[in-house]
Design a protein. Structure first.
Ligand code: C2E
Ligand code: CA
Ligand code: CA
Length: 494
């Protein structure tokens, strides 16, 4: 890991050095272009002494640039005039293959050329400009680019500035040993690029620098990971253990949330929602344990315990209201489990009545075998219960559950009911869901109704059956009986 970190670090360093170098050279070329325009304006005849004097003045006015050269088109092609006399270029210096055009014409070019100066052969980078008055050249010194790469790096790198025709302008550094990587970074403005090679040794050196830090970080990350995994395991182990014990002790009880026909205020049913009631009376909501229960077979035992409890808790309401239904929640894997459906059938055989029960199947979790699910739905329906699609529109079902499963009720999720609060006049998804359910002749229950306004807006869209904190929160058995009695006495007194 540390090696790769060092490798990436070195690569980033190389790239950023190359980019800096490019912008430095770009800048030099910008200046050269500007000065060449000015050079074209000076008076020049034939490299006589007034000409050379003017060139000397020009040089002193532009000391930050390089050597300036000028030639008249009438003069011999390879001979240029400088402040100190004539300079003669090597014969192939201006051959087409040796020049790199700046733009489309050959009026402005870059060239690496050899030239003779007072008997010595030298080589340099020139920018040329065929102006309206004469031909102008500037020698661009790039020696100062050495400062871009510190001494330490020179032994590990080999960096070149090259024109796009392949001519090498400058070489910085050299290294022996194995090549690790090579990059090329192009200037966006001028026809040149930086070619940089890096030695394997540089990464090893970097590794030495960062190793102590990365080792410490890796150890800390490792310790942290072990700690997180262990504590997660501990929590899980103890929770599963506790849940097992609590199922033994029958500590899972249903709470009941009314489902109201908002057009007349009648309670048409309830949803049974499981709560874990600990020995000390603490009530724990399903968010803390339902996932763990559903991961194991325990969920089946809990559902059966709830059914038995429901029959006892609301026998009074069932007896008085023949169309009243209590729905329970089951997870898709329960619906797909033959063993669980067998257990429900056995319960029916010993006298449990499913005629006033509903089964809510959530769309939040996936069904793996739709055909099996449909088969078991038919088995459940033959026991007398209805099937409801819970959390419709939030999960896996899409429209396939609605089309392929024999569902009786669609429960519209709180998420869509909430949209009535935000944009009451613009609830396209909610409206589409309602229309689809109506078209498929399913009954609709809206969940999570929290305000009078939401309730009213749902009524105006034809959704009469509603459930939510606006009417009542889920409550224990004795309270739901009280609630029912209260509702009945209120309605009779009206
Ligand atoms: P769910 O089936 O969607 O149940 C509705 C949840 O929304 C309930 O949370 C209920 O208390 C809450 N709720 C109802 N009206 C409102 C409202 O107006 N505003 C807000 N903010 N919330 C409202 P609860 O009881 O905590 O149940 C959570 C989930 O646990 C249930 O979601 C259901 O998926 C699962 N669950 C509950 N009981 C069982 C069970 O016996 N078996 C299985 N497999 N899952 C269960
Ligand atoms: Ca539900
Ligand atoms: Ca729901």
């Amino acid at each position: 890991m540390s090696y790769y970190y060092a490798y990436f670090d070195v690569k980033i360093e190389m790239k950023s050095d190359a980019e800096q170098l490019i912008s430095y050279v770009d800048n030099k070329f910008d200046i050269a272009t500007h000065y060449l325009n000015e050079l074209d304006q000076i008076d020049y005849q034939e490299c006589n002494s007034p000409d050379r004097l003017r060139l000397t003045h020009f040089l002193f006015e532009h000391l930050d640039a390089g050597l300036f050269l000028v030639r008249n088109s009438a003069e011999p092609p390879l001979t240029y005039c400088s402040f100190g006399g004539k300079i003669i270029f090597e014969s192939s210096a201006w051959a087409p293959q040796n020049i790199t055009k700046l733009g489309n014409s050959t009026d402005r070019v870059l060239v690496m050329a050899e030239y003779q100066w007072r008997g010595h052969w030298l080589k340099g980078l020139f920018m040329g400009y065929r102006g309206s008055n004469h031909i102008n050249l500037i020698n661009i010194p790039l020696r100062d680019t050495f400062s871009f790469l510190d001494d330490e790096n020179k032994a590990f790198r080999h960096t070149q500035i090259r024109l796009t025709n392949g001519q090498t302008v400058l070489t910085i550094g050299h290294f022996k040993g194995e090549l690790l990587d090579r990059i090329r970074v192009y200037s966006q403005k001028y026809p040149f690029y930086i070619k940089a090679d890096i030695a394997k040794l540089r990464v090893l050196e970097k590794l030495q620098q960062i190793l102590p830090i990365t080792v410490v970080i890796s150890i800390l990350v490792f310790i942290g990971l072990v700690f997180v995994i262990r504590s997660w395991y501990n929590v899980r182990e103890t929770l599963v253990y506790q849940l097992n014990k609590s199922v033994e002790k029958n500590e899972f009880k249903p709470y009941y949330q009314p489902i109201i026909n908002a057009s007349n205020g009648h309670m048409i049913g309830v949803e049974a929602l499981v709560r874990w009631i600990k020995a000390d009376g603490t009530v724990i909501p399903p968010a803390y344990f339902i996932h763990e229960l559903e991961q194991s077979e325990l969920i089946n035992r809990v559902t059966l315990q709830l059914l038995v409890q429901i029959e006892r808790d609301i026998a009074l309401i069932f007896a008085k209201e023949p169309f009243f239904r209590c729905s329970i929640n089951i997870a898709p894997q329960q619906l797909e489990s033959d063993q669980f459906i067998d257990q429900l059938e056995q319960l029916a055989e010993v006298g449990f009545s499913f005629n006033q029960m509903g089964i809510e199947l959530t769309e939040r979790l996936p069904i793996t075998d739709l055909a099996k699910a449909q088969f078991n739905i038919l088995r459940l329906k033959s026991l007398g219960c209805i099937i409801e699609l819970d959390d419709a529109g939030t999960g896996y079902g899409g429209t396939s559950y609605l089309q392929e499963l024999s569902l009786d009720v669609v429960k519209i999720d709180k998420l869509f009911v909430d949209s009535l609060e935000v944009t009451p006049d613009n609830t396209p998804v909610l409206d589409a869901q309602i229309q689809m359910a109506q078209k498929l002749e399913k009954a609709i229950i809206a969940e999570g109704v929290e305000t009078a306004a939401q309730s009213k807006l749902l009524l105006s869209r034809g959704v009469n059956y509603q459930q939510g904190y606006f009417f009542a929160k889920p409550m224990p058995a004795d309270e739901i009986i009280e609630y029912y009695k209260q509702l009945n006495s209120d309605q009779q007194s009206v």
